[in-house]
Design a protein around this ligand. Structure first.
Ligand SMILES: C[S@@+](CC[C@H](N)C(=O)[O-])C[C@H]1O[C@@H](n2cnc3c(N)ncnc32)[C@H](O)[C@@H]1O
Length: 592
């Protein structure tokens, strides 16, 4: 009998996109850095990526797998009304599929000691928790923090108004809790006495257990005699004459004696033992799961107003929430990723805290909000948010990148060809990525564009190579290295002859070598419905198609439903317009 597994299922769950690992192209006119260094710790190698986050995450995978310490995402919450005419779980299925595809890559990007934090509300929180259990593992779930997002009563015409959102927290490694506690100097108030020798403050606590479970019968092994300084034998006894017990076992008490932390005091009743506890050097306590001490949406919008004037971003998260998360989960220099960047809160806070960051944003607010905001942070001109708490003065920078277009396009006869927009260097970089090589053109060997190991090299050319050229290449590569040659064609020799004649060369023809690898020309995996007609436009035929697909559990076969392009279907690759409304799109705008 096959073992049954507990899982969440949805329409189209078994469809996974075969993503093209794109290269990223920098636009130096949009990159930015401070005019001068502010400190030795200034960080410049941060990245702002403009484009769909599924392709961007895929593009980052080769370089950053296993390297991201903290991922924070604040995805669209799937509360929009684009699908209200299909109240049958279809929109939840699509949302879950879009999230699953992203979470799987995010997991691969996380370091073993890394963590993932996701803000979400009631609408999808519980489905998302189960989905994350499936992608990361149930043992990786830490908790669902609760953020109190309002500080004033809401609409009083409804019976219940939502005051909170969740922050789901998962670790990459099952059972791991790689989190720092909350520093709290008030703990020191309990340590009043300074030690005569070391001057360290301490407190003494009774060794006898009081209160619940404090009887000998509760823990018989913790009832044993101790010898006081005058040689008398002391046993734990309650004032009412009942036999009590010590708070520690014999071995622990012996350790205290050896460390000279068992202290005797002479009281009216006789000698009484105490344990001496010195004040912790960094006093801290665990974070609670309810976060009602952070900025609310209203306060966050006030900071946005200072940053953007009237053009405030609709659904920002407070900077102090991000500071808390990064305080708990990262150290200076660690890498932080946010693939739903919005107005850029995560990058702004990571920057102020000396963490390296990568942000991905698909919307135009990448240019209208994130870039201006980060410029202000770098120039030390953002006085709001966590600037004061972090002591931020400015400095560092970021590189702006966008996704390269698809490597393969179709010529006018419908044949797949290398995209003419690629120059030679970009083509070499793209093929290095596709073949799993590191793109690193050699300064001395014109034919070496990359390596996968010290002896395994890559050469990319659009030439048709002759047998003489291949002979010369083989000679240069030598017997103790191998070279993968990606060329348009080769002549004067068959593939079998070439393999026999030059065992240190592997010849592959582009674009043929990559055609079956992935989906080409698919630019937007975001299911952007911003400018599409609503469901009234569904024809009887489309509705039938949809019903049929539902019955077959296969949305991949529905090309377009009432103008909604299925993310999992073959038509999903058609680009749609950039989001124009913050509310109108799923994974293409901000309906959180
Ligand atoms: C709720 S907002 C994030 C707000 C952010 N935490 C802040 O404090 O400003 C979600 C963002 O995800 C972006 N987004 C949605 N789908 C995306 C996709 N497929 N690729 C990249 N960004 C996407 C939206 O454009 C929106 O800006």
């Amino acid at each position: 009998m096959t073992k049954q597994k507990l899982e969440l299922t949805w329409i189209g769950k078994d469809k996974r996109p075969k993503l093209e690992p794109r290269i990223l192209l920098e636009d130096p006119t949009k990159s930015y850095h401070a005019a001068a260094r502010v400190s030795e710790a200034d960080l410049f190698d941060n990245r702002l990526i403009f484009g769909d986050n599924l392709l961007a995450l895929k593009a980052l995978e080769q370089e950053f797998a296993g390297k991201v310490k903290c991922v924070f995402i604040d995805p669209p919450y799937n509360t929009g009304s684009a699908f209200t005419h299909y109240d049958d779980g279809l929109e939840h299925s699509i949302w879950l599929g879009l999230m699953r595809d992203r979470l799987e890559i995010i997991r691969r990007l996380m370091s073993d000691d890394g963590s993932l934090w996701i803000t979400i509300d009631d609408n999808e929180a519980h489905y998302l928790k189960v989905l994350c259990d499936e992608v990361l593992g149930r043992g990786c779930f830490v908790t669902a923090f609760i953020w109190k997002k309002v500080d004033s009563p809401n609409d009083n015409k409804v019976p219940i108004t939502p005051d909170h959102e969740y922050v789901l927290c998962f670790t990459k490694t099952s059972g791991a809790r790689p989190f720092r506690q909350k520093s709290d100097d008030s703990i020191l108030e309990a340590y009043r006495q300074p030690d005569r020798e070391s001057d360290r403050p301490y407190r003494d606590r009774l060794l006898k257990k009081n209160g619940k479970n404090s009887l000998r019968s509760d823990r018989p092994s913790m009832f044993f005699p101790l010898t006081a300084p005058d040689g008398t034998v002391v046993l734990p006894m309650h004032d009412d004459g009942r036999e009590a017990r010590w708070a520690l076992g014999k071995a622990a008490v012996e350790r205290l004696v050896a460390e000279r932390s068992l202290v005797w005091k002479l009281r009216a009743s006789g000698w009484v033992p105490y344990t001496r506890e010195f004040a912790p050097e960094s006093p801290s306590r665990p974070y609670p799961t309810i976060w009602n001490d952070l900025d609310t949406t209203r306060q966050t919008k006030a900071h946005q107003k200072a940053l953007f004037g009237d053009n405030v971003f609709d659904t920002p998260k407070p900077e102090d929430m991000l500071k808390r998360i990064l305080d708990m989960s990262t150290n200076p220099g660690d890498l932080v990723l946010d693939s739903f960047a919005g107005s850029g809160t995560t990058g702004a806070v990571a920057h102020k805290m000396g963490r390296r960051w990568i942000m991905v944003e698909l919307g135009e607010h990448c240019h209208t909000h994130i870039i201006p905001r980060l410029k202000k942070v770098i120039d030390g001109q953002d006085r709001g948010g966590v600037t004061e708490a972090t002591g931020w003065k400015g400095g560092g920078g970021f590189r702006y990148q966008r996704l390269a277009p698809s490597l393969i396009v179709h010529d006018r006869w419908g044949n797949p060809v290398i995209n003419p927009a690629y120059n030679a260097a970009q083509l070499a970089e793209a093929l290095a990525k596709l073949e799993g090589f590191t793109y690193a053109p050699s300064e001395t060997r014109w034919w070496q564009h990359g390596h996968s190991s010290e002896r395994d090299l890559l050469y990319v050319t659009t030439q048709n190579l002759s047998a003489e050229q291949l002979q010369a290449l083989s000679h240069e590569v030598g017997a103790d290295q191998t070279l993968l040659v990606c060329c348009a064609a080769f002549r004067g020799v068959s593939a079998a002859q070439a393999a026999e004649r030059w065992p240190n060369l592997t010849l592959k023809k582009i674009p043929k070598m990559v055609l079956a690898r992935c989906e080409w020309g698919h630019d937007d995996y975001s299911l952007n419905v911003a400018n599409l007609p609503m469901a009234q436009a569904v024809s009887a035929k489309s509705a039938q198609d949809l019903d049929g697909a539902r019955a077959a559990g296969d949305l991949g076969s529905v090309r377009a439903v009432g103008g909604l392009v299925s993310a999992t279907g073959p038509a999903a690759g058609r680009s749609t317009a950039a989001p124009s409304s913050a509310q109108a799109s799923l994974f293409g705008g901000d309906d959180a």
